[in-house]
Ligand binder design. Structure first.
Ligand SMILES: C[S@@+](CC[C@H](N)C(=O)[O-])C[C@H]1O[C@@H](n2cnc3c(N)ncnc32)[C@H](O)[C@@H]1O
Ligand SMILES: Nc1nc2[nH]cc(C(=O)O)c2c(=O)[nH]1
Ligand code: SF4
Ligand SMILES: [Mg+2]
Length: 245
């Protein structure tokens, strides 16, 4: 049998250190490992270059060793937080990388929609579960989502991060939070001008994003939803749709 360690990881890009722009780890210096391929197709996905198989020529099959070497090169061998994102990083064999990094004091966060569970979720330091609201045009399989939570065994710090574009998304976020009252919930205003996959400098409508953020703050405060945290994508405010930041 082939051990996971010798299996190749499909990588779209590895970049950083930059700051984590979203959710519970916002502001923390981070190296990103963005894997290629996703089982979803969200209508507003801001990372289509790591989703659509039209871009698969840009993806590289890398060994755990190759990825680890690039992470240590970018961070000068100084331990930091590594964010595993994508695409859906849960469909890649990342357990060996997490083991490897942990031995050297690195920490690992993973962002996933909660459609695919892996036993190595339990080895993560932070698990960000980001179920997709109606505006994405995806359907949530809550049973699969529950398996992700179960696989984590309650070991990593686990949070919900839900993108909200409109009233229907907000209602979905409230229902998801009610389903998992033990999980901290982060509400993220959607970027309605995500980049086309082939143009990393596409303009964003910053006024529109600010407007949606203000609307979301008004919603949670008027609703007395005092457990929710509202955070914009800091990297989008700083750099727009630029890739690799
Ligand atoms: C690109 S996804 C990759 C990881 C995983 N597939 C997921 O969706 O959680 C990373 C995060 O970006 C969020 N995201 C994607 N497109 C967005 C957009 N247009 N506006 C705001 N957040 C977005 C996703 O909801 C997710 O929380
Ligand atoms: N700075 C920065 N923060 C991020 N948080 C989540 C990201 C993602 O695309 O997964 C992301 C990203 O691409 N850049
Ligand atoms: S699940 Fe994540 S990576 Fe996949 S299409 Fe949706 S936002 Fe993009
Ligand atoms: Mg992103």
């Amino acid at each position: 049998m082939t051990s996971e360690r010798s299996v190749e990881i499909r990588v779209s890009e590895i970049f950083g250190p930059t700051i984590q722009g979203e959710g519970v780890l916002i502001g923390l210096p981070t190296v990103f490992v963005r894997t290629g391929g996703c089982d979803y197709r969200c209508s507003w996905c801001d990372s289509m270059h790591a989703v659509d198989s039209r871009y698969r020529d840009e993806w590289q099959a890398m060994s755990t060793e190759d990825v680890w070497r690039e992470v240590t090169r970018l961070s000068d061998g100084k331990p930091l937080m590594v964010s595993l994102s994508g695409g859906n990083p849960a469909i890649q064999p990342l357990g060996g990388l997490i083991d490897r990094g942990h031995r050297h004091g690195y920490r690992f966060a993973l962002e996933t929609q909660g459609s695919v569970a892996r036993d190595w979720f339990a080895d993560l330091d932070v698990l960000v579960l980001s179920p997709k609201p109606p505006s994405s045009s995806m359907e949530t399989d809550w049973q699969a989502f529950d398996v992700c939570l179960r696989m984590s065994g309650g070991r990593p710090q686990t949070v919900l991060k839900i993108v909200v574009f409109d009233e229907a998304d907000y209602a979905y976020a409230k229902a998801a939070a009610a389903r998992y009252p033990q999980l901290p919930v982060y509400l993220q205003p959607g970027n309605h001008t995500p980049p086309p996959a082939d143009d990393d400098n596409a303009a964003i409508d910053i006024d529109g994003i600010m407007e949606r953020t203000l609307w979301l703050v008004a919603k949670v405060t008027e609703d007395r939803w005092f457990e929710a945290r509202v955070l914009p994508q800091l990297h989008v405010l700083l750099w727009g749709n630029k890739r690799g930041v």
